[in-house]
Design a protein around this ligand. Structure first.
Ligand SMILES: [Cu+2]
Length: 742
């Protein structure tokens, strides 16, 4: 079944049937999320067909009384928006999490997981368990903790929805469309939409706007994530899991800080993530920190040189949940934040002209990290039930699609700008929806802007365009729009041109965008896909503050690291496909498909986080071929820890678009496509993942574990698998090591 939203003129009877079916499906989702029935059970009961449909079996089957269900086509009612109109609410800037002294931490952070015993809530089995959920012992200790003692800490609590009384946009309200942060901000997607129930939405600190962490190279961050979700697994508003694991997306850190899918923690516990924030190559290149290009703001206008390869400087990350087989629900429910990393090159200060700073649009009041003209945008499609509460439907293995477009968790907002350049860091935080973002004026004429970054990395050169490439889930595209090309009072829009509606079967299609529309088509208002068209309105309300725009977009940003001379230790092939097999049946670590990954010509396997599928040797360089099995799907494949460069698409570098010629961490395969990448494995070790970032596919088993081994003590080969429980983490041997892994 694909997710199909009924037309507005659908009959009342059909809408009623659809709503009843949705309620039935929601009950099954609830039973699943409570753990009273597992997806394995549903598969065994024959409720899921090979095609990912809910089979017509009595009792649990929501389709039995609906004739159209027999063809697999069943609508769900469109999400009600309670009369909310587009562009009638201001877009809130991100809520910046406070940077604190490490001495604020209670208890203090430590290299190995804190195993101090605490009483465990009876809903979690009672008894006692460790206060920190990180797996214990030396293998999961923070690597090189003494060498990189945390210089700053950031704390957040994953919590049910509540009103925000401590919103910190870190810009004056004139740079936040007039929003007064001292007013409490209830958790709702628009003033016309109902306030979300506490368990409909779970976010960082339980509030909106989404959160932003600011950090700079050379200043290790300790991120303490507390789990404040309900102890009772059933108190989840129908979807979402109360155990979490937090992945710093594209982080170049030790694996104990990567948010491994099997290293989750429970309500009442915390997990200390140690993000040293070093340049890749820290231990092997420029080790004496002699190159000023490898540098970080010193806090007073100067630079501090740091080791590593400056061509590896990263800028725009995000972090989000990675709970095994619940990632899509948890991220959708609100476990998604952004993380800006500043450096000598990308300083977040547009006036310091020191020969290193690129002076990208940002601001100048602070030494680094100015946000006035540097704006994070989180795009996500959502769906509501008839009460306006956030809803989710897992009975769709193609990919969940919503019909309500949000930016920074606000329904189709507007944002006030000055006549000057702005940087926008655009994140696709959807479950399965791809975007294709373009810019146009009020009359629909496409307008030019510059793409400066891809996956958070500044490109070798900016690329000028009026519409970007498709943007897969988790990809970040940084752009600069120069609003001086517009007049005061003008309104210009970001437009989504990627349509997931499939006219052949009349359904929304979670497999890939079905069609990239022209501006005229997207703006016509006729697309059955409600997330197509204008979604963010820029209102040009002022001249540039100070009368001029000191920011620049240089012709050269960050050249790629030169990998051409690197010896290739290994070529690996990964095939991403359907109808996967499961060869291990560990109830804690294995999950049955339908999606999977075939490694080195082996069979397509569904996820088992106890299985080791690849183990590149520390300090080597490899070429990986990411191959789409076909079937008309796209898969945005994310490889943790190491970013790569695309050597070719379908065998040719000529097929790689200019805006993809930087460093990447998510690779859209395109239908039938193959992407060839080159990567190095250095600095840190441990267990990492590779998976589809269509999180519906990921959760339904298109995920594998790989390890960087032989990094000296305490690394074993392979590592034991952590099995978290509220009473402590136990370890077990790997369930399988693929013969081709080592
Ligand atoms: Cu996929």
């Amino acid at each position: 079944m694909s997710r199909i939203y009924l037309p507005w003129n659908a009959s009342k009877a059909r809408i009623r049937d659809a709503e009843r079916a949705r309620k039935n499906r929601a009950e099954i989702v609830r039973e699943l999320s409570w753990g009273r029935v597992s997806r394995r059970d549903l598969l065994r009961m024959g409720l899921f067909t090979a095609g990912g449909m809910l089979a017509p079996i009595g009792g649990l089957n929501p389709f039995v009384r609906n004739a159209s269900a027999q063809t697999g086509v069943l609508g769900v009612p469109r999400s009600p928006v309670f009369g909310a109109k587009s562009f009638t609410q201001a877009m809130p800037r991100f809520d910046v999490l406070q940077r604190e002294q490490v001495s604020c931490l209670t208890p203090m952070c430590q290299a190995e997981a804190n195993q101090t015993l605490m009483p465990v809530h009876e809903m979690l089995g009672g008894g006692h368990g460790p206060c920190e959920g990180r797996p214990p012992g030396p293998v999961w200790a923070h690597q090189r903790f003494d060498e990189f003692p945390p210089a700053v800490c950031v704390q957040a609590t994953q919590a049910p929805a509540t009103t925000n009384y401590s919103y910190r946009p870190e810009v004056a309200s004139q740079h936040n469309s007039g929003i007064d942060p001292s007013h409490g901000m209830p958790l709702r997607f628009h003033p016309s939409l109902p306030i979300q129930n506490p368990n409909s939405v779970w976010t960082f600190n339980g509030t909106i706007p989404p959160k932003l962490v600011q950090a700079r190279y050379g200043e290790p961050v300790l991120f303490r994530h507390r789990n404040g979700l309900p102890y009772d697994v059933r108190q989840n508003g129908g979807f979402g899991r109360h155990t979490i694991s937090t992945h710093e997306h594209n982080g170049h850190h030790g694996a104990e800080n990567d948010g491994f899918t099997g290293a989750f923690f429970f309500p009442g516990q915390f997990y200390d993530y140690h993000w040293p924030i070093v340049l890749a190559g820290h231990f092997s290149m420029n080790t004496q920190a002699q190159d000023i290009m490898a540098s970080t703001p010193d806090g007073s206008g100067g630079l501090t040189k740091i080791p590593g390869d400056w061509h590896e400087t990263m800028s725009t990350h995000w972090f989000h949940d990675h709970m095994f087989s619940f990632t899509s629900q948890n991220v959708y429910k609100g476990n998604a934040a952004m993380f800006n990393i500043y450096s000598g090159l990308d300083r977040g200060n547009e006036t310091i002209n020191d020969g290193v700073n690129l002076q990208l649009p940002s601001g100048s009041g602070k030494d680094w990290g100015n946000l006035e003209y540097d704006v994070n945008l989180m795009l996500a499609d959502k769906a509501f039930d008839q009460d306006g509460q956030l809803t989710f439907d897992i009975f769709n293995f193609d990919g969940f699609l919503g019909d309500v477009m949000t930016v920074n968790l606000a329904y189709r907002p507007y944002f006030e700008v000055e006549r000057r350049k702005y940087r926008f860091r655009i994140l696709n935080a959807s479950v399965a929806r791809f975007f294709k973002v373009g810019l146009c004026n009020a009359s629909g004429t496409p307008k030019l802007f510059q793409q400066i970054g891809n996956d958070g990395n500044l490109l070798p050169q900016p690329v000028t365009l009026s519409e970007m490439d498709e943007q897969g889930i988790a990809e970040r595209y940084d752009i600069v729009i120069d609003f001086s090309q517009f007049s005061l009072g003008e309104k210009v829009h970001l437009v989504n041109l990627a349509e997931h509606w499939d006219p052949e079967n009349g359904q929304l299609n979670g497999r890939k965008p079905v069609r990239d529309l022209s501006f005229a088509e997207a703006l016509s208002g006729t697309s059955p896909d409600a997330c197509v068209g204008r979604f963010l309105e820029f209102r040009v309300v002022r001249e540039a503050t100070g009368g001029n725009d000191p920011s620049r977009v240089p012709d050269v940003l960050i050249p790629n690291p030169d990998l051409s001379g690197m010896e290739v230790a290994r070529i690996r092939n990964f095939v991403f496909g359907r109808d996967a097999q499961q060869t291990t049946f560990d109830p804690d670590t294995a999950f049955p498909g339908p999606w999977g990954i075939g490694t080195q010509g082996g069979q397509t396997l569904s996820a088992d986080f106890g299985r080791l599928s690849a183990a590149p040797k520390f300090g080597t360089c490899e070429i990986w071929n990411l191959i789409n099995d076909g079937g008309g799907w796209d898969h945005p494949i994310h490889i943790h820890f190491e970013e790569g460069q695309i050597l070719g698409r379908n065998g040719s570098f000529a097929n790689v678009k200019p805006a993809e010629r930087g460093r990447k961490d998510v690779y859209r395969l395109t239908p039938k496509g193959t992407v060839t990448i080159k990567m190095q494995f250095r600095d840190w070790g441990g267990m990492f993942m590779e998976h589809c970032h269509n999180t519906t596919h990921e959760d339904n088993a298109m995920l594998l574990r790989w390890e960087i081994n032989k990094n000296g003590d305490p690394y074993l080969s392979p590592l034991p698998t952590p099995i978290p429980t509220p009473q402590g983490v136990r370890f077990q041997a790997v369930s399988e090591v693929l013969p081709s892994a080592l």
